[in-house]
Design a protein around this ligand. Structure first.
Ligand code: BES
Ligand code: MN
Ligand code: MN
Length: 454
C-alpha cells in the first residue's frame, strides 16, 4: 500500500481526528483559554508520537507552547523539510453570526465549518497526516521531516523568533514549507511569494482628568472622543493614500511585468463585492484591489472606544478615548521605522487641548520568498500531481511573522503552499475548509516530499 493509498483508505478516520482537533478552542489571545491551548499542544504531540515521529516535545514558552517532532530516517544525504504551522486560532462565538457552534465542527455540502478549520488546523494537520501515511506500516518517508507547530501565531508569534534563533541546529533544514494561505479557486492552486508585515499600536487621547458632566463643561473642553476622531481622520488623505510623512519611502514598487502577471489571478471587483458585501472598493488611487492588498501598505483603525455605549444615554464628557491602529507593511518597510513615523505624526497633529499617548504593541517584517529556490520546482510538481494543475504565484495581504526568521536565522527558502481558499472565512464567522482540499493537501504534501527527494 502506498502512502497515497493509505490516505484514501483511511480518510474517514483522518477526518474524525481532524474534527477532534477542531473541538478544542485553542484561542491564543484569550487568557481563559490558555488551558485549551495547552490541551491542543498535547493532543498534537500525542498524535505525532503515535504516527512514529521522534523527539516529540511540547516546549513551553513565556506564554503558549511550541510542538516539535522529527523523523530523520531518510539519512543525511536526503533533504530535510521543516514544516511550520500554527494550532492556535482566533476567537469565535456563535453570536458573531455562526450557523453552528464554532467549536462543534459541522459538515455541510462537503465543507467542515469550525474555527481553525482552514486557519490553520486543517492545513497544518494535512502535513501531519501526510507524515502518518508515509510512516504507516513500516514505511520510510523519502526525506527527513521536522515539524514546528506553534500556539501563538494569531497573537503575533511573540516568542517564536527567539526560539528559532536559539535552536538553529535543531531546526536546521533545507527548506521550510508552510501551508497557512489560500488559493484563488478550489481548482487553482497557488504559491504565495509575498506576505505583508504588521505594526500594531494603541492611541489614547486624554482630556480632562475624569469624566465630566457635559452640561456643566460641554463647550469648554475639547472632547477626547472628538479629538481622537479628528486625529485619525488626518492619517489618510481624502482619496485613500496614507498621510504620514515618509510612510511610502521604503516601499519596493511593483515592476510592470509583475503587475501584468498579477492581473491574471488577482481578485476581480465582482469577487471582492461578493466576499465583502461592502458598497464600493476604497483605497490608494492607481492600484487594483489585489495590488492594494498584496503590494501596498495600509493604516487601519481596528477598534475605537470612548465614552458611554451601554443602553440608554449618558450626558458625559469622557476623560479619554482609544483607538487600536495597525499598519500592514510591504517590502522593504521596517516596522520600527513605521512605528516611529506614525507616532511622531500623531504627536505633531495632536491639538494642545488634549494629549496623545501612543503605545507600541508589536510588529513583524514583511516577507518576500525566492521563487527560484530549487525546492520551488518540487512544490510546483507536487501541486501538479495533487491538484492536476500548475500553481499560480500570488501575493497575499496577511502576515506570518516567523517567515523572515526562517529565512534569516536558518538561511533556508520558505515555500508558502496554501490549501485554503480566500473565502474560507478565516477570522470571521462560519470559517470552513473543503474536505476535498484537506485530502488533496495531504496528497500534495506527500507529492512534495517525493518530488524533493528526486
Ligand atoms: N494565515 C494567516 C496569514 C495569512 C492571511 C496568509 C491571509 C495568507 C493570506 C495568519 O494566521 C494570520 O492571520 N496572521 C495574522 C498575524 C498577526 C496577528 C501578527 C494576520 O495576518 O493578521
Ligand atoms: Mn494562519
Ligand atoms: Mn489567522
Amino acid at each position: 500500500m502506498t502512502a497515497h493509498d493509505f490516505v484514501d483508505a483511511h480518510i474517514e478516520a483522518i477526518q474524525q481526528q481532524f474534527f477532534a482537533l477542531l473541538r478544542i478552542p485553542s484561542i491564543s489571545t484569550a487568557p481563559e483559554h490558555a488551558g485549551d491551548v495547552q490541551q491542543v499542544a498535547h493532543w498534537l504531540a500525542d498524535d505525532m508520537r503515535r504516527i512514529g515521529l521522534h523527539q516529540v516535545e511540547v516546549i513551553p514558552t513565556a506564554r503558549h507552547p511550541i510542538v516539535y517532532g522529527e523523523w530523520l530516517g531518510a539519512g543525511s544525504d536526503k533533504p530535510t523539510v521543516l514544516i511550520y504551522g500554527h494550532y492556535d486560532v482566533q476567537p469565535a462565538v456563535k453570536s458573531d453570526g455562526w450557523l453552528n457552534e464554532p467549536f462543534d465542527p459541522t459538515v455541510r455540502d462537503g465543507f467542515v465549518y469550525a474555527r481553525g478549520s482552514s486557519d490553520d488546523k486543517g492545513q497544518v494537520f494535512a502535513h501531519v497526516k501526510a507524515a502518518e501515511a508515509m510512516l504507516a506500516n513500516g514505511g520510510r518517508p523519502p526525506v527527513n521531516l521536522k515539524f514546528l507547530i506553534e500556539g501563538e501565531e494569531e497573537i503575533g508569534s511573540p516568542n517564536l523568533g527567539a526560539f528559532v534563533k536559539a535552536n538553529t541546529e535543531q531546526l536546521k533544514a533545507d527548506v521550510c514549507v508552510i501551508s497557512d494561505s489560500g488559493m484563488p479557486t478550489a481548482d487553482q492552486p497557488a504559491i504565495v511569494y509575498a506576505l505583508r508585515g504588521l505594526m500594531t499600536m494603541e492611541l489614547i487621547v486624554h482630556g480632562p482628568q475624569v469624566d465630566l458632566h457635559s452640561g456643566s463643561y460641554g463647550g469648554s473642553v475639547h472632547n477626547p472622543a472628538q479629538a481622537l476622531t479628528e486625529i485619525i481622520a488626518q492619517l489618510h488623505h481624502p482619496e485613500g493614500s496614507i498621510a504620514v510623512p515618509g510612510f511610502y519611502d521604503d516601499v519596493l514598487p511593483l515592476s510592470d511585468q509583475e503587475r501584468v502577471e498579477l492581473h491574471k489571478t488577482g481578485m476581480s471587483e465582482a469577487e471582492w463585492r461578493k466576499n465583502t458585501g461592502a458598497p464600493q472598493p476604497y483605497g490608494e488611487p492607481g492600484y487594483a484591489i489585489h495590488e492594494r492588498t498584496g503590494a501596498r501598505p495600509t493604516l487601519e483603525i481596528n477598534g475605537l472606544a470612548g465614552g458611554y455605549f451601554d443602553t440608554g444615554f449618558k450626558t458625559v464628557l469622557p476623560a479619554k478615548a482609544w483607538a487600536k491602529i495597525s499598519c500592514r507593511l510591504v517590502a522593504n518597510q521596517n516596522p520600527e521605522v513605521i512605528a516611529r513615523q506614525v507616532t511622531d505624526f500623531i504627536h505633531s497633529i495632536t491639538p494642545s487641548t488634549v494629549t496623545s499617548e501612543v503605545r507600541l504593541l508589536g510588529g513583524s517584517p514583511p516577507a518576500l520568498v525566492d521563487l527560484n529556490a530549487p525546492a520551488m520546482q518540487a512544490a510546483i510538481r507536487a501541486y501538479e500531481r495533487g491538484w492536476g494543475k500548475r500553481p499560480v504565484f500570488m501575493r497575499e495581504g496577511g502576515s506570518i511573522p516567523v517567515v523572515v526568521d526562517f529565512q534569516k536565522e536558518l538561511g533556508i527558502p520558505v515555500i508558502l503552499m496554501g490549501f485554503g481558499l480566500n473565502n474560507d472565512g478565516a477570522h470571521g464567522p462560519n470559517e470552513h475548509f473543503k474536505l476535498e482540499m484537506f485530502q488533496k493537501g495531504i496528497h500534495t504534501s506527500i507529492h512534495f516530499c517525493e518530488a524533493l527527494a528526486q
